[in-house]
Ligand binder design. Structure first.
Ligand SMILES: NC(=O)c1ccc[n+]([C@@H]2O[C@H](COP(=O)([O-])OP(=O)(O)OC[C@H]3O[C@@H](n4cnc5c(N)ncnc54)[C@H](OP(=O)(O)O)[C@@H]3O)[C@@H](O)[C@H]2O)c1
Length: 312
């Protein structure tokens, strides 16, 4: 079964379901769980300098590809240039250190990543985003870096600073994205749509896992899960229905788990049929009525959240 993928603005393809190792047990067990993920059928792994497990991520792929007869380096691999621990207030990366920083990541991973992101707009020195990006473009020109270039946690003002001056446009923006942040994100999503920049969603399951009640979309997701379970004979749950909604929106879902059963469910999601257009729209309309965000340390800086209720 081919892995569902989407084209980026640099003509490469990215698998729509990614297993991330930046949170929870997945972070602690990047080597073991990374292998479980690939064995289960996931073909996109998301790591970062700030997760302190690039080496384990790279080694897990070598082992999993070998054990499962998958061609070396064929699992899509994303990493990120981070501030320490991803903390926006921690030290970023100086321009003069960036080239070596990226070469060090490649060495830890044991291969070229397919995608490298600026983890958040506070990684480059203040006011130096364009110069920072140019160094990455130059590394690509020289063949020192072959990855697609992308960003993460970028707000409208960050794109407005970068886009008029870059040669290579960011291919993706990895942000917290789910139905309950759509209203807040609209200005940044409009810019991204204009430049064909794909959304990568982290925290895609926040409505179900972190919202205190699950909010207005929970009963809809449960209804869809029951329909799909009946129609496919598979055990489809609300989290899988939410990931299918993410796929229907053409968004890459970056989710995480250190639990083997849940990793297998994540992989199984790739084989499930699409939601109906009515279901997709129902979730979106309900989601837009509230605002609930799990991660506010980057996106809410100088980009205020809308005054919407947290629940209906
Ligand atoms: N760019 C950034 O700034 C940024 C920020 C945050 C995250 N990320 C990336 O995105 C990845 C995912 O982020 P996230 O953890 O917020 O994603 P998420 O998919 O919203 O949540 C995943 C968490 O929920 C649990 N879980 C997963 N499936 C579940 C299910 N069906 N039922 C109940 N619990 C479930 C997992 O715990 P168990 O281990 O117990 O299954 C895991 O800790 C990270 O690992 C990282 O790679 C990037």
């Amino acid at each position: 079964m081919p892995v569902p993928s989407i084209k980026l603005n640099d003509s490469t393809s990215i698998p729509l379901i990614a297993w991330g190792n930046g949170t929870g047990d997945a972070k602690k067990t990047a080597y073991e769980s990374g292998q479980v993920a690939v064995k289960a059928g996931i073909r996109h792994i998301d790591t970062a300098q700030g997760y302190d497990n690039e080496k384990e991520a790279g080694e897990s792929l070598v082992k999993a590809e070998k054990d499962n007869g998958i061609a070396p380096n064929s699992v899509y691999l994303t990493t990120k240039i981070s501030t320490e621990g991803g903390d926006p207030n921690a030290k970023g990366v100086a321009l003069e250190d960036l080239r070596q920083n990226v070469l060090d990541s490649i060495e830890r991973l044991g291969r070229q990543p397919n995608l490298i992101l600026i983890h958040n707009p506070f990684v480059p020195p203040k006011g130096k985003l364009v110069e920072f990006w140019r160094i990455l473009e130059e590394m690509k020109d020289k063949g020192e870096l072959t990855a697609s270039l992308g960003v993460s946690n970028f707000r409208p003002q960050d794109f407005n600073e970068l886009l008029p001056h870059c040669k290579v446009k960011p291919a993706v923006n990895q942000i917290e994205w789910h139905p309950y942040v759509l209203t807040h994100l609209q200005p940044v999503l409009d810019i991204m749509a204009e430049h064909n920049i794909v959304v990568e969603s982290y925290g895609p399951l926040s409505p179900l896992l972190r919202h205190p009640t699950g909010g207005p979309i929970k009963p809809v997701l449960e209804r869809i899960a029951a329909r799909l379970s009946k129609e496919t004979g598979k055990d489809v749950d609300a989290a899988m229905a939410l990931l299918l909604w993410t796929r229907a929106k053409g968004v890459v879902a970056v989710t995480a788990s250190g639990n083997s059963d849940r990793i297998h469910k994540l992989a199984l999601t790739q084989e499930l049929p699409d939601l109906t257009a009515e279901e997709v729209s129902e979730i979106e309309q309900l989601g837009r009525k509230i605002h609930f965000r799990a991660y506010d340390e980057h996106m809410c800086v100088d980009f205020p959240a809308p005054s919407l209720p947290k629940d209906l």
